[in-house]
Design a protein around this ligand. Structure first.
Ligand SMILES: Cc1cc2nc3c(=O)[nH]c(=O)nc-3n(C[C@H](O)[C@H](O)[C@H](O)COP(=O)(O)OP(=O)(O)OC[C@H]3O[C@@H](n4cnc5c(N)ncnc54)[C@H](O)[C@@H]3O)c2cc1C
Length: 319
């Protein structure tokens, strides 16, 4: 089975979630030699070199691809998938992937399965599990028409391991492709800050409604995150009152994460929040309410006040 993984990158490195998509592809392909990675963008030499440590790389480096606009990217993805006789196109789940590879699925005329958390092969048939209703229901689905397009949750698979020697790298010729420029990119407002993205982080310090204001959140959750070199996360209740930016909301309608360590401060543990972090390897919760549901999901719990516990932690860890 030939698999094409659409890898996202920051121009220098392939994103952690795409490395998980490569691992998923290796597992369903049966053999790593049937997996190829496609990188699109402009001035992406470093990212291409990084990707070549994981699988053979196809890449298109062109001005027209400098911004990740779905109508342009989807045409290239569909064209490469057709030319390479790909059985399944894989990408890491996310709103960008669902926009871009969703369009590519339409152009390819196959079927799409989104947000896969597990797979199995039953009597030769490839089956995928998807989590629905905040993890209460797991649906098992199959592709009924190929080529298929599958997005996989980055937290559900480990990052692919590197090979000692780089794989070959091949340029994609855009000449024969009808890339119509229907939309244009006017600008990007990115929040400043050096903290890692929660989706890629090994440690996340997360804060809930207990913090109430952006000042408290930044000083305590942000302060501890910076002390640990961790990402910051937040519950929706805190995001809703402007206490934290929406990009770092964790949960059903936010990001789904699975770090090595998830520190939940002043978060009650609503099912919608748990849906985004319950697969973390170790969960630590601090809450004043000993009956808070978060303690049921936690490996370690402390009944305490975050306004007292976090400054103490920062103080101890700063030594
Ligand atoms: C369709 C839908 C989608 C949703 N999606 C999401 C989502 O993606 N992510 C998400 O998080 N929520 C989501 N929610 C909201 C969710 O149901 C909860 O309302 C939310 O998670 C609660 O956030 P919280 O735990 O911060 O706030 P609260 O439930 O108000 O809990 C605050 C906690 O802080 C504790 N506390 C208060 N003061 C202190 C202190 N000083 N020290 C220590 N502890 C203290 C309290 O005991 C309490 O447990 C969604 C809801 C719906 C209906």
């Amino acid at each position: 089975m030939n698999i094409l993984v659409i890898a996202t990158h920051n121009g220098h490195q392939v994103d952690r979630s795409s490395l998980s998509a490569i691992e998923f592809a290796r597992q369903i392909a049966g053999d790593a030699q049937f997996v190829q990675v496609l990188l699109l963008g402009h001035q992406i030499d470093a990212a291409v070199a990084h990707a070549s440590r994981f699988a053979p790389v196809l890449y298109a480096d062109h001005e027209i691809l400098s911004e990740p606009l779905a109508d342009r990217f989807a045409v290239v993805i569909a064209s490469v998938a057709k030319d390479s006789r790909v059985d399944i196109v894989v990408a890491a789940s996310g709103s960008w992937a669902h926009d871009v590879v969703g369009r590519a699925a339409g152009l390819l005329g196959g079927t799409m399965v989104g947000n896969v958390i597990q797979h199995q092969i039953n009597d030769g048939e490839l089956l995928f599990k998807r989590s629905l209703y905040a993890g209460r229901v797991t649906a098992t689905v199959a592709l009924c028409k190929y080529p298929g397009v599958v997005t996989v949750r980055g937290s559900a698979y480990p990052a692919a391991s590197e090979y000692p020697e780089p794989f070959p790298v091949t340029t994609v010729d855009l000449a024969g492709m009808e890339i119509r420029v229907r939309g244009s990119h006017l600008g990007l407002v990115a929040r400043s800050g050096d903290r890692p993205d929660p989706t890629d982080a090994r440690v996340i310090v997360s804060g809930g409604y207990a913090f109430k204001t952006a000042e408290n959140f930044e000083q305590l959750v942000g302060g501890l995150a910076d002390t640990l070199g961790a990402a910051a996360g937040a519950s929706r209740a805190l995001v809703n009152v402007g206490g934290a930016p929406s990009e770092i909301q964790i949960g059903l309608t936010g990001k789904v994460v699975a770090p090595e360590l998830y520190l939940a401060f002043g978060i009650s543990g609503a099912i919608q929040h748990l849906a985004g972090m319950k697969n973390s390897r170790i969960i630590v919760a601090v809450n004043t309410d000993p009956n808070a549901p978060i303690f049921k999901a936690a490996d370690y719990g402390l009944v305490g006040d975050v306004f007292q516990v976090i400054p103490e932690l920062i103080d101890k860890l700063s030594w």
